[in-house]
Design a protein around this ligand. Sequence first.
Ligand SMILES: NC(=O)c1ccc[n+]([C@@H]2O[C@H](COP(=O)([O-])OP(=O)(O)OC[C@H]3O[C@@H](n4cnc5c(N)ncnc54)[C@H](OP(=O)(O)O)[C@@H]3O)[C@@H](O)[C@H]2O)c1
Length: 240
Amino acid sequence: MKRIALVTGGNRGIGFEVCRQLAKKGFHVVLSSRNEKKGKEAIKKLKEEKLSISYLKLDVTKESSIKTAAKQFAKEYGVLDVLINNAGGNYDYGITPTQSQVDFIKETLELNLLSAWTTTKHFLPLLLKSSFGKIVNVSSGAGSHGDLYFGLATNNGSVASYGISKLALNGLTVKLAAELKDKGILVNSVCPGFTATTPEAKKMGARPVEEGAASVVWGALLEKHGPTGGFFRDGKSIGW
Ligand SMILES: NC(=O)c1ccc[n+]([C@@H]2O[C@H](COP(=O)([O-])OP(=O)(O)OC[C@H]3O[C@@H](n4cnc5c(N)ncnc54)[C@H](OP(=O)(O)O)[C@@H]3O)[C@@H](O)[C@H]2O)c1
């Protein structure tokens, strides 16, 4: 039996490549997206590569969508081995805390923090049925002091909402890891590093998507007694 992984925001960018790499490692991957058409187009590409992949509609900012998806998943698979909370964004380059619009701050916290929190809550019963349970929260050095270029104290406070949402996501990782450590589920935050998912990022020297995705996949492949409650990039611990 193949192990089963669910990736949120799998239709493009790092999430899409994570789906590909996990399937190449032998997982059956459930690629999810909020937009069915885009998700199914993505699936088609991976099926052409003969990868074991299927589709689930999932908007991570809507609890009703998460609940429906979890029910459907339970019916179809009965168990979940790896949850990759990848969907995220709202990079507010150049925007400092006092310049931020409150609606944007709320939206960013919903997208980067509450999404992973709510998805984890509703998929937890399925993860508890696995003997290999892993939760990987795709975070960012922008939410830490450990990143010299994009970290919390850099760039005069710019990227405020995004950075703070990823800082909070790292807090969620620590809390979940503490709650679930006796239940055999490893929970880690992983940063893909500055990754070329847009032409602008590529021009700025961001690394290839394959490398960013591999940093995430590392968290899914940890052995049973691997680390939990940590923050990693390329398999190495990075500062909070
Ligand atoms: N790229 C980087 O340099 C970098 C660095 C550090 C961390 N990260 C993190 O890595 C993750 C992936 O980044 P990326 O660069 O691949 O981003 P991306 O190319 O912008 O892709 C974001 C993905 O999230 C999905 N998404 C957005 N809102 C959603 C929602 N409500 N429900 C479900 N899916 C939703 C998008 O779907 P749609 O196509 O429908 O919009 C898309 O599939 C993010 O969490 C990001 O913060 C990225």
